[in-house]
Design a protein around this ligand. Structure first.
Ligand code: SF4
Length: 175
């Protein structure tokens, strides 16, 4: 999955990846702004790369949601073509076809009171396959119920609190 915000890769003449180390900061900024413009004009779109054969993850969180506050539903990911064609999950019109996010940084399909998904039966493939138990961006230790330090730091509210601005709509990738 390409996320133009996260990584720009250069290839050398042999087709080997070098991790963009030859671009200056200004060049990176320019490329990113071009990618953003192309996405906004729908000249470039990004789909999630799930093949539709992933197994659905299901487990009892045993009350952990009170701790994690469904933070995974604030992470960024691209919808698959099948998700887009189903037409249920909302996507970000400025970054097709990444999942939409509300001003609070969360997915518009999350019920903020119950922390449950309101489109559960039609949730995107990434949401079906995702397993936070093994996501080090969420849990430092699932068994011991220790959340990763700073797990909420990307959310606008936290950014306001720590003085780093509250209107950034980027976010963590849900991988
Ligand atoms: S679609 Fe549902 S499960 Fe997926 S991020 Fe949104 S609220 Fe969470």
């Amino acid at each position: 999955m390409l996320d133009p915000k996260d990584r720009i890769v250069e290839e050398n003449a042999n087709g080997e990846e070098s991790d963009g180390e030859h671009f200056t900061d200004e060049q990176h900024a320019y490329i990113r702004s071009m990618v953003e413009k192309l996405m906004e004009k729908r000249i470039l779109v990004v789909y999630g790369d799930e093949d539709g054969n992933g197994s659905e993850v299901s487990y009892d969180d045993d009350g952990r949601k009170k701790q994690c506050k469904a933070v995974c539903c604030s992470f960024v990911f691209a919808l698959t073509k099948r998700d887009v064609e189903r037409g249920v999950a909302r996507w970000n019109p400025k970054r097709p076809y990444f999942i939409a996010r509300d001003e609070d940084g969360y997915c518009p399909h999350l019920d903020r009171k119950t922390l449950l998904c309101t489109i559960w039966d039609d949730r995107p493939e990434r949401c079906r396959n995702y397993d936070c138990r093994s996501d080090g961006a969420v849990w430092e230790d699932w068994e011991k119920r220790i959340l990763k330090k700073g797990v909420f730091d990307h959310l606008p509210e936290a950014k306001k609190d720590n003085g780093s601005g509250g209107d950034d709509v980027e976010g963590k990738d849900r991988s």
